[in-house]
Ligand binder design. Structure first.
Ligand SMILES: [Zn+2]
Length: 400
């Protein structure tokens, strides 16, 4: 058989003509049917690629078309010259190759999602001007103040300036931390929490300040948030989420959803969609910073325990977005901090008063009875703590 049955559309009317198609001299395609007689050089024709058993279309230069069932003759008439096309064609004929290509597609999608997107986001974050990050931070703060129920702090000025001093001591000599600032907010709906906004702003809630038993727990939390700041986690996380949104928008064809990026930042800050990698980086930074400032990293574990106790006191019915809900894997983090605390104790025996388990009575003979009568045990602890503050300069001199 050298001729094939086809349906011919002349490109002018919707009428279908049955024709027979045949190749002459390997160069000319001849169409013959009732009232149809055309001879067309092959180079003026284009054929649709073969795909499973789908009918093939041959387009003529004047817009006319032939529709015919797939047949090996068609591939003989129109041999593939492009090596890539030939290769794709061969792959398409093999079920194994098709299955493998699906696997390759899914895998490359996963690689793009898990490695490509973070990598690209980080490269963009490095290139973005600082003002962009600052502007994003201002936007996020405005949204938090408006929609997340953040109110002006009710901490008195003395308490605020005391904590600001501690924050300044933490970030002293930290490269790039000159513009990092600490803001206080009363956030009854959010509870004890601390947030690192893009561009250097750290927010601490009054609820967290009043929850902790020792200011060194606040140091630990702030050091963790400074870790997020130093590594631009908020911006990088925002870019990562944006990439996912932009890629999704490209597939869905709805680019307007990309504007959801800025709106999404307060949500991930409050509900914790920081990657685990970022949390671990911020933890490691905090433990290092505390130790460098002569504060035992075990205070980080202590802060976690205080927050954990708060969460369990609240009961499971409480679904407010607390600090721990935005910082999972508490147990592991406590263990890490305890380990760093033990290392600190070995390296700095002279700073024994900086440990959370420092026992003033047993170690320094400063016992409850020796203090003034109105002291209750908690206050003795505070008093001892004050004492520690006083000896700190000497102790740090000794350690140098
Ligand atoms: Zn964090």
């Amino acid at each position: 058989m050298t001729s094939l049955a086809a349906r011919y559309f002349d490109g002018q009317s919707s009428r279908v003509h049955d024709v027979a198609v045949e190749l002459l001299d390997n160069r000319t395609l001849c169409l013959r049917g009732a009232g149809i007689e055309r001879d067309e050089p092959l180079e003026n024709l284009s054929v649709s690629p073969r795909l499973a058993r789908i009918a093939r279309t041959i387009e003529l230069a004047d817009g006319a078309r032939l529709l015919l069932d797939d047949h090996p003759l068609i591939d003989q008439w129109f041999p593939l010259h492009n090596p890539l096309q030939r290769w794709v064609d061969r792959l398409e004929r093999h079920a194994h190759a098709v299955a493998a290509s699906i696997v390759v597609c899914v895998l490359s999608g996963a690689v793009l999602f898990f490695w490509g997107v973070p990598w690209m986001s980080d490269r963009i974050a490095e290139q973005l001007p600082e003002q962009v990050e600052t502007r994003l931070g201002e936007e996020v703060l405005a949204q938090l103040d408006r929609f997340a129920g953040l109110a002006p702090s009710s901490l008195d000025m003395e308490r605020q300036s005391g904590l600001l001093e501690r924050f300044a001591a933490l970030k002293a000599d930290m490269p790039g931390a000159e513009n990092h600032r600490l803001l206080f907010r009363n956030a009854a709906g959010i509870g004890p929490n601390a947030l690192a906004l893009p561009g250097g702003t750290v927010i601490i809630t009054d609820q967290l300040v009043s929850l902790v038993n020792d200011d060194r727990e606040i140091d630990a939390v702030l050091a963790h948030e400074l870790g997020h700041q130093q590594q631009h986690h908020a911006l990088r996380q925002t870019l990562r989420s944006s990439f996912v949104i932009v890629i999704a928008a490209m597939f869905a064809g709805d680019v307007s959803s990309a504007s959801a990026v800025v709106v999404a930042v307060p949500t991930f800050l409050l509900q914790g969609h920081y990657s685990r990698e970022f949390e671990s980086e911020a933890d490691a930074f905090a433990l290092r910073t505390l130790a460098e400032r002569g504060i035992s990293p075990a205070w980080f574990a202590q802060a976690m325990r205080t927050l954990e106790a708060f969460v369990s006191d609240q009961g499971e019915s409480d679904d407010s977005p607390g600090y721990l809900s935005s910082h999972p894997q508490t147990r592991e983090r406590i263990d890490e901090a305890e380990f760093a605390g033990e290392k600190f104790a070995i390296e700095h025996p002279e700073l024994y008063r900086e440990r959370p388990d420092y026992d003033a009575c047993a170690e320094d003979g400063i016992c409850e009875d020796a203090e003034s009568e109105e002291m209750v045990s908690d206050e003795v602890y505070e008093c001892v703590d004050d004492d520690c503050e006083r000896v700190e300069p000497d102790a740090s001199l000794e350690s140098q």
